[in-house]
Design a protein around this ligand. Sequence first.
Ligand SMILES: N[C@@H](CCC(=O)N[C@@H](CS)C(=O)NCC(=O)O)C(=O)O
Length: 219
Amino acid sequence: MSKPILYSYFKSSCSWRVRIALNIKGVDFEYKAVNLIHDGGMQRKDEYTSVNPMQQVPAFVVEGTTLTQSIPIMEYLEEKYPSPEILPKESLQRAKVREICEVIASGIQPMQSSSQVLQRVEKLSSAEEKAEWAKFWINKGFIALETLLEKSSGKYCVGDTVTMADICLVPQVGNAKRFKVDMSQFPVISKINDELEKLEAFEKASPFKQPDCPKDLRA
Ligand SMILES: N[C@@H](CCC(=O)N[C@@H](CS)C(=O)NCC(=O)O)C(=O)O
């Protein structure tokens, strides 16, 4: 059977989530780069719109089916490859993990992602204004997340096992750093992020290790 295909962009935090999950599950995949910037964005060209009509990455093609949306892709991987698990068995812990994922995937990322909001908010004309907008929403979300994590975290977001919540956290912290959010306000998030960055599955998924990362940005 042919390898699954991941349509990804090295800087995309949603693709980054799926890269981490695939690494944790040990799934070998073919990486297909979709440059979101070049020539008005390859995601808007017909050949990619036919893969994902939302014109976004990631898209994951497996067994002849195309899945989009990073969270359902992770849920699929969890069901297909149950070990190591990225969702706890216990219901409340499992709900906690999903809550943290939602805060990031619905409450923060869509507000700071380039096409969905920034390019449409016409008042934000300069790059600086767009960056301020993104920073505002990340800050607001991280204030809530820090409070949630104070209660739920151990070594990682929920207890001491790596879960989907951690997979969502690291790319969002990556975006926060890109937009120069002052991370010293968020000691719990920062501590968990530091722990996670040491893990091979996370290290390998870093934007700076991807085949489409320009040479001058590589770690
Ligand atoms: N809910 C989607 C969001 C996907 C998304 O926002 N992808 C961004 C990159 S992180 C994108 O492709 N943006 C396209 C653009 O900027 O035009 C998911 O979790 O997969």
